[in-house]
Design a binder for this molecule. Structure first.
Ligand code: MSP
Length: 511
C-alpha cells in the first residue's frame, strides 16, 4: 500500500474563538490536502487545539471556570468554524485527548532513555503570551516584543531539560542534505542562522506550583510537561505513534503547515526532539505569513468583526477561501480589508468566473440546441490549458497554493478576453463560421472544466456546481491526468442554464 500524504496544521490555543488568521492556515492546508486527494493520494489531514499551559489556565481562571471546563466550552467554536469553511480534516486532535498523553510519555521516555534529558536549574524570563522562555536579549524595554501588554515573569525552578545544544551539527547536516526541508527559502535561511547562532538546552518540565494545567510526568512527581514540548508531539499522536505501529508506518513522516511566528519550535526544537528519539524527521515544513489588519497581525482582539463563521454564512465559504488563498500570498503577509474582499468577490468571482460560465453555457444552449457543441480542436485554448495544468500542478505539488491558483486563473482570464476578441455572437450570424463557433464554444466549456478541476481545492462547493452546470459531475470522481487532460467534456452532452454561480453582492446580501 502506498504511503499516506499526512498533513498537519499548528494546533490553536483555546484562549478565545478562532479568527481569520487561524482560518487562513486551516484553509491553506485544506487546499493542499484536497489537491493531493485529487492527485489520487491517500490523505490524512490533522488539525486541532493546544489546550494546556499557563495561557489557557489563566484565561480559564479569568472566566471563572476550571481549565478542562473552559477548553470544553470553546472547542465547539473551532469545530464549527472549520466545518463552516469546509475544512476536510480527518481528525481534530485535542491535547487533552487520552492517546496524546500516552504518545507524549512514550516519546519523552525514549528521549530520556537515549540520554538526552538532564536536570538543571532554570532562572530566567517566561512570556505567557508565547509560552516561551526568554533571554534578556529577546526582551525590548523589559517586554516581549510580540506581547507588549504582558509582563514577562521571572522563574527559578529546577527542571528537566532537553539537551537541544547537542543537536546543532546534526540539524545543520539535515538542512544541508534536504534543501526542501523548510520553505519558503527565506524562512529556511532565517532558521539556519538561528541554528548557526548556537542552541541552548530547553527546560521541558514545569512545576505544578507554577503551571498546574498540563500532562503529568510519571517519573517526576509534581511536574507537568512544558506546553510547547508537549504540543509538538501531537503530530506523532495523530500518526498513531505509541499506540498503532501499522498506522504510524503508513503515515509518518508528515508535511507540517504553520505560521512564521512558530518556526523556531517547528524547525529547530521539533526536529531535534525527533533526532533524540531516533525517529524520522518531517518530510517538509511550510511557514506561511500572517493575515494582517491595519498592518498588524490579525489576533483575537483585532479580529473582532471578521469572524470566519459569520463571513462564511454571509458570503459562502468559497469566497472567503478564495480571498485568503489568492490575496494573502502563501508564504508572505497580506492585508484583509472588507473593501478588498468585496472588490475581489465582484471582479474575480461574480464578473470573472461566474460570468464566464453563464455566458459560455447560454451561448452553447442558444446556438447548438442545448448541448455541448463539437468541432475541430480549438488549439489556442487547448495549448493554454496544457501549459496551465503543468504550471499549476508544479506549484500545488510544491505547496505554493497562491501560485497554483493564479496559474489556473489564467484560463478564466484568457477565456473572457477571447470572448471579447472573437465576438461569438457575431460568428453566430455567419453560417460559414458555424464550425469555428462550435470549436470555440467547446474550447470555452472545456477550458472552464479544467479551470474548475484546478480550482476545486480552493473552492470545492462552487467548482462542484460548475461541474454540474457543464454536465460533467463525473469529474468529481476523476483524478490526476484523467481529470486534467484536454477533451474530457463529451460533445452532445446536454447543458442547462445554471443559477448564477456568484450572485452580485447587492443580490447576495439582500437575501
Ligand atoms: N499553540 C501554538 C501552536 C502549537 S503547534 C504544535 C500556537 N497557537 S496560536 O493559536 O497562537 O497559533 C496557531 C497558528 O495560527 C500558528 O501557526 C500561527 O502562526 C497561526 N496564526 C495566528 N494568527 C495568525 C494570523 N493573523 N495570520 C496567519 N496565521 C496566524 O502558536
Amino acid at each position: 500500500m502506498s504511503r499516506t500524504f499526512y498533513i498537519t496544521t499548528a494546533i490553536d490555543y483555546v484562549n478565545g474563538k478562532p479568527h481569520l488568521g487561524h482560518a487562513y492556515e486551516k484553509i491553506g492546508a485544506d487546499v493542499i490536502a484536497r489537491w493531493r486527494r485529487l492527485m489520487g493520494d491517500d490523505v490524512y489531514y490533522l488539525t486541532g487545539t493546544d489546550e494546556h499551559g499557563s495561557k489557557v489556565e489563566k484565561t480559564a481562571e479569568k472566566a471563572g471556570l476550571g481549565p478542562q471546563e473552559y477548553v470544553d466550552s470553546l472547542v465547539p467554536a473551532f469545530k464549527s468554524a472549520w466545518s463552516g469553511l469546509n475544512i476536510s480534516y480527518d481528525r481534530f486532535i485535542r491535547t487533552t485527548d487520552a492517546d496524546h498523553a500516552q504518545t507524549a510519555m512514550k516519546l519523552l521516555e525514549l528521549i530520556r532513555d537515549r540520554g538526552y534529558l538532564s536536570e538543571q536549574k532554570y532562572e530566567g524570563w517566561y512570556c505567557d503570551g508565547c509560552e516561551a522562555f526568554k533571554t534578556d536579549k529577546d526582551l525590548v524595554d523589559s517586554k516581549c516584543p510580540d506581547h507588549p501588554t504582558l509582563d514577562p515573569r521571572w522563574i527559578e525552578e529546577t527542571n528537566l531539560f532537553f539537551k537541544l545544544s547537542e543537536f546543532q551539527d546534526q540539524l545543520l547536516a539535515h538542512y544541508d542534505a534536504h534543501p526542501e526541508f523548510v520553505s519558503p527559502g527565506f524562512r529556511r535561511n532565517e532558521v539556519l542562522s538561528l541554528i548557526r547562532g548556537g542552541l541552548m538546552d530547553v527546560s521541558i518540565s514545569r512545576s505544578r506550583e507554577s503551571v498546574g494545567w498540563g500532562i503529568s510526568i510519571p517519573f517526576r512527581p509534581d511536574s507537568v510537561l512544558y506546553v510547547w514540548f508537549e504540543a509538538l508531539i501531537n503530530y506523532l499522536t495523530g500518526a498513531g505513534f505509541g499506540h498503532d505501529s501499522d498506522l504510524y508506518e503508513q503515515r509518518w513522516p508528515a508535511v507540517h503547515i504553520l505560521g512564521k511566528d512558530v518556526t523556531r519550535f517547528h524547525c529547530v526544537l521539533w526536529p531535534a526532539m525527533l533526532m533524540a528519539a531516533g525517529l524520522p524527521l518531517p518530510d517538509r515544513i511550510f511557514a506561511h505569513g500572517w493575515v494582517l489588519t491595519g498592518g498588524e497581525k490579525m489576533s483575537k482582539s483585532s479580529g473582532v468583526g471578521v469572524e470566519p463563521v459569520a463571513m462564511a454564512e454571509r458570503y459562502g465559504a468559497d469566497p472567503v477561501r478564495f480571498y485568503l488563498v489568492t490575496q494573502v500570498p502563501w508564504g508572505k503577509d497580506g492585508e484583509f480589508t472588507w473593501e478588498r474582499f468585496e472588490t475581489t468577490y465582484t471582479a474575480f468571482l461574480a464578473n470573472g468566473i461566474g460570468n464566464l460560465l453563464s455566458r459560455s453555457v447560454s451561448m452553447a444552449i442558444k446556438y447548438f440546441d442545448g448541448g455541448v457543441p463539437s468541432g475541430p480542436t480549438e488549439t489556442r485554448l487547448r495549448d493554454l490549458c496544457e501549459e496551465v495544468v503543468a504550471e499549476s500542478t508544479a506549484a500545488f505539488d510544491a505547496l505554493r497554493i497562491t501560485e497554483g491558483s493564479a496559474a489556473a486563473w489564467r484560463i478564466v482570464r484568457e477565456c473572457n478576453e477571447q470572448i471579447q476578441a472573437r465576438a461569438p455572437w457575431a460568428m453566430a450570424k455567419d453560417e460559414s463560421q458555424r464550425e469555428a463557433l462550435a470549436s470555440f464554444l467547446y474550447g470555452l466549456l472545456e477550458s472552464l472544466r479544467i479551470a474548475a478541476a484546478l480550482l476545486s481545492p480552493v473552492m470545492p462547493t462552487k467548482c462542484a456546481a460548475l461541474q454540474d452546470a457543464l454536465g460533467c459531475s463525473d469529474d468529481r470522481h476523476r483524478q490526476g491526468a484523467e481529470l486534467l487532460s484536454w477533451g474530457g467534456l463529451i460533445a452532445g452532452s446536454p447543458l442547462s442554464k445554471p443559477a448564477p454561480l456568484f450572485p452580485r453582492l447587492d443580490q447576495l446580501l439582500a437575501e
